[in-house]
Write a new protein. Structure first.
Length: 135
């Protein structure tokens, strides 16, 4: 299984009728992008600690020299904050009164995956992007 496989259930959950579905969609959209980024970093030779995967992946990308990696890192930062709300803050939150935020996160995940795929498809671009990541 690949991380991006979480996008299909995210889309299904976003179409659901109530808040628990929209929260689930937010979580799955985040994991679709986060896990794909983790796996790319591993392929590029960067160790990713299991105990702090979320912060490690996000920070490596957010502080990379490559602007596309930074954009993906920005997506992960925002999506991670919403994922935490979805998973841990069960109060009635404005962000989950409709499916709008879930759909927005799915779009962010898809955009991040498209950038990652474009980087991966071009060996020179991939090498430059990987070289722009701080050790």
């Amino acid at each position: 299984m690949r991380g991006r496989d979480f996008l299909a259930p995210a889309r299904q959950a976003a179409a659901g009728p109530t808040e628990p579905y929209w929260r689930t969609a937010a979580v799955d959209a985040y994991y679709a992008l986060a896990l794909e980024c983790r796996d790319a970093l591993l392929r590029w030779g960067f160790p990713v600690p299991r105990h702090n995967m979320h912060a490690d992946v996000r920070l490596r990308l957010a502080y990379a020299g490559d602007p596309d990696l930074r954009q993906i890192g920005d997506h992960l930062d925002y999506m991670g904050r919403v994922r935490n709300m979805a998973s841990y803050d069960l109060r009635r939150l404005a962000v989950f009164v409709s499916d709008a935020e879930a759909r927005s996160l799915i779009q962010r995940a898809a955009a991040g995956l498209a950038l990652l795929d474009a980087i991966e498809a071009d060996p020179a671009r991939r090498a430059a992007a990987a070289a722009s990541i701080r050790p």
